[in-house]
Write a protein that binds this ligand. Structure first.
Ligand SMILES: [Zn+2]
Ligand SMILES: [Zn+2]
Length: 141
């Protein structure tokens, strides 16, 4: 079903829209995604590039993938939020982070890649406490 996905960075300086459905939604545990996100993985939806509009001031960082392609990551130049990924292996597509979307209804992870690099702390143990919001807690004096 055709649907428009919209999103923005933390400071709202960068906004995007994308015509869905995405080609695939992938969770990636590679080292680059771990360092990029500051957490254990990224989750991104890949869209056809001609259906994506990005607005705002975007900084780019480029590196070589293990397969020899060039990967470009786009960030908001003000707040540093990741806003897109591009890979010369798929030149007609862009990947947008689900965490930046206003509403990702209907999207779910379809594939997990670099599962071998998944960190032990990126999964919850049995004794983890859950709070619906930020608890009223401070570090002990
Ligand atoms: Zn921003
Ligand atoms: Zn990755």
């Amino acid at each position: 079903m055709i649907r428009i996905y919209s999103g923005k960075c933390l400071c709202s300086g960068v906004r995007f829209t994308a015509v869905g459905p995405p080609v695939v939604v992938a969770q990636c545990h590679c080292e680059e995604c771990r360092r990029l996100s500051g957490t254990g993985h990224s989750i991104g939806a890949m869209f056809r590039k001609d259906g994506v509009v990005l607005n705002g001031t975007i900084s780019e960082f480029t590196y070589q993938s293990g397969k020899g392609s060039t990967v470009t990551k786009g960030f908001c130049a003000t707040c540093g939020s990741p806003v897109f990924g591009r890979n010369t292996q798929s030149p007609d597509h862009l990947t947008l982070p689900l965490g930046a979307m206003d509403n990702a209804d209907g999207l779910q992870v379809e594939v997990v890649i670099f599962d071998r690099d998944k960190t032990h702390w990126d999964q919850l143990g049995e004794n983890v406490a859950f709070f619906a919001t930020q608890p009223d807690w401070r570090p002990p004096e």
